[in-house]
Design a protein around this ligand. Structure first.
Ligand SMILES: N[C@@H](CCC(=O)N[C@@H](CS)C(=O)NCC(=O)O)C(=O)O
Length: 214
């Protein structure tokens, strides 16, 4: 049995897991979980993730949930395939850990909230909360100031090569770049160059192609 990713192509967390497998050039089966009908809260999916959230991964007898845990499993298990997304050196591994934490705890909460307010709510016919947009834009600006300083000295967040730390940003980054939030990236030259670079990766284009098949 090969790699199976269970999820929705419209879910940012699912796309994070898919992007890693694409970046590694691995064959995989995408198993669509119909979130509209609540399939993520029922069997058989709930046995893969008892929290009822996509994505989940199966690889032989390995079963995992949490997109960032899935990405690390793929990157380390299939280290020799495709792009090296991790580092062997201890200091670089520590840098990778730092920037993966920054993505998960500083970037993702605000970028995902902005994507929800400015993209997803529209899809569901819900009204944007403009106060929440302004509040989260201000928070994101502060995070991006830190990124700008980091990226002035380092081509990618964890070092000189593209890694999981960069890849983890792709799904919410993709969504907010189609909104007024893009301006916050454009105003910061190093952040702007970095975001253009990582969004142009063929693995990301292939990940998004899943949406066209849905
Ligand atoms: N920390 C989790 C978050 C997973 C998550 O929030 N998935 C969303 C879709 S992007 C979901 O399943 N939402 C439905 C729900 O929470 O009921 C991960 O990275 O995998």
């Amino acid at each position: 049995m090969g790699i199976k990713i269970h999820g929705s192509p419209f879910s940012t967390a699912t796309l994070r897991a898919v992007a890693v497998v694409e970046e590694k050039g691995l064959d995989y089966e995408f198993v669509n979980v119909d979130m509209k009908s609540g399939a993520h809260k029922q069997e058989p999916f709930i046995s893969l993730n008892p929290f009822g959230q996509v994505p989940a991964l199966e690889d032989g007898d390995v079963k995992l949930f949490e997109s960032r845990a899935i990405s690390q499993y793929i990157a380390y298990t299939y280290e020799s395939s495709g792009t090296p997304l991790t580092f062997n050196d201890g200091k670089q591994r520590a840098e990778l850990a730092v920037w993966m934490e920054v993505e998960a705890h500083q970037f993702d909460p605000v970028a995902s909230k902005l994507a929800w307010e400015l993209v997803y709510k529209g899809m569901f016919g819900l009204e944007t909360d403009n106060a929440a947009v302004e509040e989260n834009k201000a928070k994101l600006a502060k995070v991006l100031d830190v990124y700008e300083a980091r990226l002035a000295n380092s081509k990618y967040l964890a070092g000189d090569s593209f890694s999981l730390a960069d890849l983890h940003h792709l799904p919410p980054l993709h969504y907010v770049m189609g909104t007024q939030v893009k301006q916050l990236f454009d105003e910061r030259p190093h952040v702007s160059a970095w975001s253009k670079d990582i969004l142009a990766r063929p693995s990301w284009e292939k990940s998004l192609a899943l949406q066209k098949q849905a």
